[in-house]
Structures are given as C-alpha cells and as structure tokens.
Design a protein around this ligand. Structure first.
Ligand code: GLU
Length: 442
C-alpha cells in the first residue's frame, strides 16, 4: 500500500516553526516510503481563513523544498461532509443538541467544582421528541454531537508514543457541526483522511485526544483508521512553546539570512535521538528519518544552533548554488575564498567590498609602517604571493606570528581578522595590494 501523508494547516495565519516541522516530518515520512505527501487546506472556518495565508503556505513550502504531491481544500468538499453526516445520522451516531455556550460552561463549572471530570452529560439524548420538535419550531438551530460508542474501547499503537488507550465513557461526545450548519475540524478531517487514502497521520501531541475521538469516527464511517503518530511539541530555549516561536515563520528566517537547508536540517532532527548535523543533501535526511528515534520530551528549538548549522551549510554551498545572490563580479575563486568566513550568504558582499576596496586602515605604529614599506617593496607576484611575501619578510625582519601577519592583514583588508590571506591576496591583485601596503606605510 502506498504511504500517503498529509499536512493540514488552517489558513488563519502564516506557518510557524512548529507547523513547518510537522509539514517536514510528513514529507520525510512519505518520501522515505516512496509515497505521496498531500497539502490539505483546513479552511472550514470561513471567518478566520484568508486567501493570502493559503498563498503564503504554498510559497513557504516551496521555499523549504517540501512541495506537496497534491492539494485539497476543505471548503470545496462540503458535499462530502454532508454525505458522511447523513450516513452517521442514519446510523444514529450524531444527535442534535440545544444547549447554549453559557449553559455548557455552567455545567462544566459545577462538575469541576465537585471534583468531577467535565464530561458532557448527554442531556440532549434524553430529550423527548416533543421537546425537540418544540425547540425546532421555535426556530432554535441545534448543533450536533458525535455519539461515542461507550462499549468500544479506543486503542491504537502510536508510532511515537507506543500503545494508547482511552475509555470512551471518559470523553465528551464531540461537537461536529455548529447550529449554522458549518463544520468543526474533527469530522471533515476524518472524512478527508478516508477519501484521500491517508495511511499515516503524523501530528502534534496536542491532537492525541482528537485521535481517540476520530478513531471511532473512522469506524462509524466503515473505514479502517490510519496509523497515528503524535510528536512532542516544540519549545523555545526559554522552555515553553512561546509566543515568539508561534510567530516565527519562513519570512523571518529568510530575512535573518537562514537557508532553508539549515532550517530543514535542524527541524528534521531536533527532538530525536539522531544528531543534528549540517546535512544539506535532502536524500540523507529522507533516508535516516525514523519515528522510532523520536523522544517523548519536547523538542528544543535553539536559535544559536540554527545559526551554527546555517554557517556550516553555507560553507558547503557550491558557487553555482549561490551565484545569483552574490555581488557583481564575485566569481568562483572569490566565493571559495570568502565562504569559510560566512554565517549568512549576504555577508559575502561585505567581504567582496574588502577585496574590491577601498579599505580603511586603522592607525599603525611607526615601526609597523616601516615594516609595511618593506612589504610593499618586497611583494613579488606568483601563484602564491602571500606565502612568498610572508616568507621573505620573516627572513628579512625576524618577525613572526602576529607581528608578522597582523600589520599585513590590517593594511590589505582594514580588518584584524577574516578569510585566509593566501586566498584573499590573489583576489585583491598585485597593483592594488602594492598600493594598499604603500598607503598604510604612509
Ligand atoms: N487543521 C488542523 C490543525 O492545524 C489539522 C490537524 C491534523 O493534522 O489533523 O491543527
């Protein structure tokens, strides 16, 4: 059976790092099995869903390189939900309820006050037909609950959490449809998973109790439930799912100069027993993906770790991969010389400016200026002018270490540290190098 996974965001906002991670894991799970990864836009909440978010979700997935093999939209599948609802109605598995929010809230409070779990008491099931007819005649629109089968224990083997058991009598019958006829997330999701042939539902552990309810929906709709796995949620370094992480999306990462490869490498592995490594090759991440390595503890998202990974990934990038983003004139030799010094690709422009000049040299001692005058005179061009120059200066002046190198670096680049001078000097070129040494000598 072909593995089919899905990522099901609600387009009520931009994707954030938590749901990017869920999307990635579903993509990895499908690709590893040679299966299909679907995007399902959960837009049954017409009021809060926005088209601009749908567009942004597609763009973000494209930027991340986790493009779906198909896309569905819940708002276009209302007829299917209606049909499933009718089938459940015929089977006596949904029932109308007339309680207001306030009534339900009050009952919850009473139960909690008595130290009891706030489970819906099924009062609506005990209503007489006459009473129901009277309320409908008075123009009241019922909402609908799915009737859990209390005689059917709920169990599944979770791909991450292991064996799971729920007693349906300890759960409230979930509301599946509002009084205005609109759908809550629960039933459409089960209907879609059945009709789209989803074999594996991988989502956050905040959905564990939804899974318990949905398993009975699958059965009530005569379908075998898919495999389920629930991953521990993401937390920030501050130790909880913070507001900041909830707002951290692809646009912010892009602005920060984070490469999609770095974000993907991090999110593929945090919270698992596998090491977080700067793996830019997607097939390596696909091959090593394993739900069995996922831990139960929250996965910690650490910005410093992402920056480190970004640097290590940038250091692997070939010239061709970054060429369109490099400053005009910067060639392969320039990229390869400067690359080891970058955390973000955009910083290449600063270093290229150092190569092309002008550079501003800090004040130097009279002694160092004399040394640089010697250097200007002794500069000979070759395949490796840097080692030629420093070798000759070492012999002539007896200088070594910092005393030998630092004044040269300062004169040639205006900075005390940076890329390997042996790689940089040929880029600066003979005439300009001699000019800079001479200018710094004063
Ligand atoms: N739209 C739901 C959410 O974003 C989907 C959950 C699911 O994966 O079933 O929470």
């Amino acid at each position: 059976m072909t593995v089919v996974t899905r990522f099901a965001p609600s387009p009520t906002g931009r994707l954030h790092v938590g749901n990017i991670r869920t999307a990635l894991h579903n993509w990895l799970l499908a690709k590893q099995a040679g299966g299909r990864f679907l995007l399902r836009i959960d837009d049954t909440d017409a009021e809060r869903s926005r088209e601009e978010h749908v567009v942004a979700i597609r763009e973000d997935l494209a930027w991340l390189g986790i493009e779906p093999d198909g896309e569905e939209r819940q708002s276009q599948r209302l007829a299917q939900y209606e049909a499933a609802f009718e089938a459940l109605q015929a089977a006596g598995r949904v029932y109308p309820c007339f309680e207001t929010q306030q009534e339900l809230e009050l009952r919850r409070k009473v139960l909690l006050g008595r130290g009891l779990p706030p489970i819906y008491d099924r009062a609506a099931l005990r209503m007489s037909d006459a009473e129901r007819a009277a309320r409908e005649a008075a123009g009241e629109q019922p909402h609908w609950r799915f009737k859990l089968d209390h005689d059917e224990p709920i169990a599944w083997h979770d791909g991450i959490r292991g064996p799971q058991h729920f007693d349906p009598a300890q759960l409230s019958d979930p509301v599946v449809r509002r009084g205005d006829g609109s759908w809550l997330y629960m039933l459409p999701s089960a209907v879609d998973d059945i009709e789209m042939g989803v074999t594996d539902v991988l989502r956050g552990e905040d959905h564990v109790s939804n899974t318990a309810l949905q398993i009975q929906m699958f059965t009530a709709l005569d379908a075998a439930p898919p495999r389920f796995a629930h991953e521990a949620l993401l937390t920030g370094s501050e130790g909880k799912l913070s507001k900041r992480l909830g707002a951290l999306g692809c646009d912010a990462f892009r602005e920060q100069g984070i490469e999609p490869e770095a974000l993907v490498a991090l999110l593929a592995r945090i919270g698992t027993a596998l090491p977080v490594e700067p793996i830019a090759a997607r097939e390596v991440l696909v091959e090593s993906f394993d739900l069995g390595t996922f831990g139960r503890a929250p996965a910690r998202f650490d910005d410093a770790e992402l920056e480190r990974l970004n640097a290590a990934i940038v250091h692997q990038f070939d010239f061709g991969h970054v060429a369109p983003r490099l400053p005009a004139g910067m060639d392969r030799a320039g990229w390869e010389a400067i690359r080891p010094n970058l955390t973000h690709v955009a910083e290449a422009a600063d270093w290229w400016q150092v190569v092309t000049g002008p550079v501003e040299v800090p004040d130097l001692s009279a002694e160092d200026r004399a040394y640089l005058a010697d250097a200007a005179a002794m500069l000979r061009w070759s395949d490796d002018p840097w080692h030629g120059l420093t070798g000759a200066l070492k012999q002539a002046t007896g200088r070594k270490g910092k005393g030998l190198f630092l004044p040269l670096r300062l004169a040639l680049t205006g900075r005390a540290s940076g890329p390997d001078m042996a790689a940089l000097l040929p880029l600066i070129g003979e005439t300009e190098a001699r000019r800079r040494l001479g200018a710094a000598a004063g």
